[in-house]
Design a protein around this ligand. Structure first.
Ligand code: PMP
Length: 385
């Protein structure tokens, strides 16, 4: 069939459609903004059709991969941390100041992008097991990149400790200032979501939502959004989506970072053992602390379940998202099943699958053409032996 003579229904200017259609409230495109930093925030919220139909709930995804600088939810955080440092005179544009950060990648990409836009240098330390496309992108942006072996936070060579030490050494050298952004402990992080993501969701939902579901890498998203929404919507259920290997699930369910049913040795689990990037931690950061009393429930998601959900979203909806977003969507479905039909569940689509081609999506494989997966298969997905 040749499509050149066809006109899409929404472009057909016939009397009948003009008469019958409700005048749709279209805000129109956003006004002109100042620089790439003006393209951060105000991301769309959309109905994930397949999951909504399957569960009888309304499952909505906040398209954070559409933030315009580094293309993830971390744009909000990077901008907030830089602006706070500028307000306090810790950073000054075009003065040779360098921003240091320990990051699984997304925050580094947002910081490196905004550093360019605002006249700073960026030096990023990241664990060497994260997807290579993230460090390649950082190099294209002109950031210095240290890929360091994954190590527990208590180790000196951990990526976060390394960034902190490099920033101090830079400042001590007298050749300009080294600013350690410190996304895990810097409370400008959750405040970005308190002032941005939370109010946007409230407005987009017209104040009607029953649950908010999000993973925690630093805890900034879940704490900031929960702190904004809970006083306005006291009935809302805030659910942590936690990948395998992370201690936060146990922290929410049992009040401790390890499973009391497991043996003592698991307390000092060296790192979060999952293919999922960006979420899952084995300590309570300042940003998780800021909202931890507001988290009502937690869902643990295995790698196999995250991979199956990511494939499902491509197969059914054409939504190509990264690993943490897949964990969030899986936990959103579990939450829908717990609450029952008729509820509205909101979750976060933090970044795009294109950031995860070499690792998560390499494992997920290609989604075949003629497939018809059942949601049951996604819910029951298990690691292959
Ligand atoms: N998704 C991705 C891809 C991330 O990089 C991060 C942050 N590391 C998160 C989700 C989690 O967000 P937060 O740090 O606000 O908990």
């Amino acid at each position: 069939i040749a499509c050149r003579d066809l006109i899409a229904p929404r472009h057909r200017d016939t009397e009948s459609t003009a008469d019958k259609s409700e005048p749709t409230a279209r805000a129109g495109p956003p006004a002109i903004v100042e620089g790439i930093e003006g393209c951060i925030g105000n991301t769309p919220l959309f109905r994930i059709k397949s999951l909504s139909e399957e569960t009888g709930c309304e499952i909505l995804g906040k398209a954070e991969f559409l933030n315009g600088a580094g293309q993830s939810s971390k744009d909000r955080v990077a901008l907030s941390m830089i602006e706070m440092a500028e307000e306090h005179g810790i950073l000054a544009p075009h003065s040779g100041d360098t921003i240091y950060e320990g990051t699984s990648g997304s925050t580094g990409i947002s910081l490196a992008t905004l550093a360019r836009a605002k006249g700073y240098l960026a030096h990023i330390c990241m664990p060497s097991d994260q997807a290579i496309e993230k460090s390649n992108l950082l190099l294209k942006l002109g950031a210095i990149v240290d890929r360091v072996p994954p190590a527990p936070i208590v180790e000196k060579d951990n990526f976060v400790n390394k960034a902190r030490a490099l920033a101090s050494a830079h400042t001590a050298s007298g050749t300009g200032r080294g600013f350690f952004a410190d996304q895990f402990e810097n409370e400008a992080n959750w405040r970005a979501h308190y002032h941005g993501t939370g109010p946007e969701l409230y407005t987009q939902c017209n104040g009607h939502m029953d649950a908010f579901v999000a993973g925690a890498g630093t805890g900034g998203t879940i704490s900031g959004v929960a702190r904004y929404l809970k006083p306005l919507l006291p009935h809302i259920t805030v659910v942590l989506a936690d990948p395998q290997g992370s201690g936060l699930y146990n922290r929410v369910r049992y009040g401790v970072m390890f499973d009391p049913k497991e043996r003592e040795g698991t307390r000092r689990r060296p790192q979060v053992d999952t293919i999922v990037e960006g979420i899952g931690i084995n300590r309570v950061t300042a940003n998780f602390e800021a909202g931890k009393e507001l988290v009502d429930d937690a869902v643990r998601v295995t790698d196999a379940q995250a991979l199956a959900m990511a494939r499902w979203l491509v197969e059914k909806d054409g939504i190509f998202i990264g690993s943490s977003s897949a964990v969030n969507c899986f936990a959103a479905v579990k939450t829908a099943m717990k609450l029952g039909p008729g509820h509205r569940i909101v979750t976060v689509l933090s970044d795009s699958g294109s950031r995860h081609l070499s690792r998560f999506w390499a494992t997920a494989g290609d989604v075949g053409g003629a497939v018809d997966t059942k949601l049951e298969d996604v819910l029951n997905a298990r690691d292959e032996d």
